[in-house]
Ligand binder design. Structure first.
Ligand SMILES: C[S@@+](CC[C@H](N)C(=O)[O-])C[C@H]1O[C@@H](n2cnc3c(N)ncnc32)[C@H](O)[C@@H]1O
Length: 209
């Protein structure tokens, strides 16, 4: 079994530069919780492995996951990221620009995910990353499967939700929604999926070819 010490070792395996540190400081200031370092590294890796030219993100926050995705994608790849909060996106934009990312490589859309996602193109994305409202995760899966190209990836953060998903006595709305999502993905024989104990848990699935 993996011990707490090993999980902590995994999180420390990848170092973070000043731009990621600044994004994390902004997150603390505005009160959002960014992906932890293990999950952040996995996002870069997956965007690279997918040869991603086009990625959609739900939950820009202050740009930790967005910068990871932009760094993993092809050099001309474009990130489309949705968030309810314009202030969070203003800080994410600052982080991307100071990290040397061209403004042509990201499109930040302010709005509610369930209003914005239906306007995005079917099959137009190599990877869709979901990190918005946990209660909406089931609806994000429906939208993400529509948006992702065949063979592309859909990734959810907080799939273990602070150890609550694995504990059946925890029945708050966020935990129930995430547990339902994980069970739905597990039961779907068409989806190849991984539940990774990185950060707060990363659920990765591949849309069938
Ligand atoms: C956990 S934070 C995202 C952190 C970011 N992915 C990162 O790692 O840097 C969640 C974000 O989702 C946004 N959010 C919450 N509910 C939303 C919704 N229904 N539609 C769009 N964004 C939402 C919040 O404003 C917040 O910025």
């Amino acid at each position: 079994m993996t011990t707490e010490a090993s999980l902590a070792y995994v999180e420390q395996f990848q170092s973070e530069d000043d731009h990621l540190r600044t994004a994390r400081q902004h997150a603390e200031t505005v009160g959002v919780v960014p992906v932890l370092p293990g999950a952040r590294a996995a996002l870069s890796f997956l965007a690279g492995a997918a040869g991603a030219k086009s990625v959609a993100e739900i939950g820009t926050g202050t740009g930790v996951s967005g910068l990871a995705l932009l760094r993993g994608m092809l050099p001309d790849g474009v990130l489309t990221s949705v968030d309810l909060e314009a202030e969070n996106q203003r800080l994410a934009r600052q982080v991307f620009l100071s990290a040397g990312i061209s403004p042509t490589r990201f499109r930040l859309i302010t709005g509610s995910a369930l209003d914005v996602l239906p306007r995005l193109n079917d099959g137009g994305y190599d990877l869709v990353f979901c990190d918005g409202d946990k209660v909406e995760y089931g609806e994000y899966l429906d939208e993400a499967l529509r948006l992702t190209r065949a063979g592309g990836f859909v990734v959810f953060d907080n799939a273990l939700w602070h150890d609550r998903v694995a504990d059946p006595s925890q029945r708050d709305p966020e935990t129930l929604a995430i547990r339902e999502l994980v069970e739905r993905v597990r039961a779907d024989e068409d989806l190849s999926a991984l539940l990774l104990p990185l950060g707060d848990g990363l659920l990765v699935l591949q849309k069938p070819h």
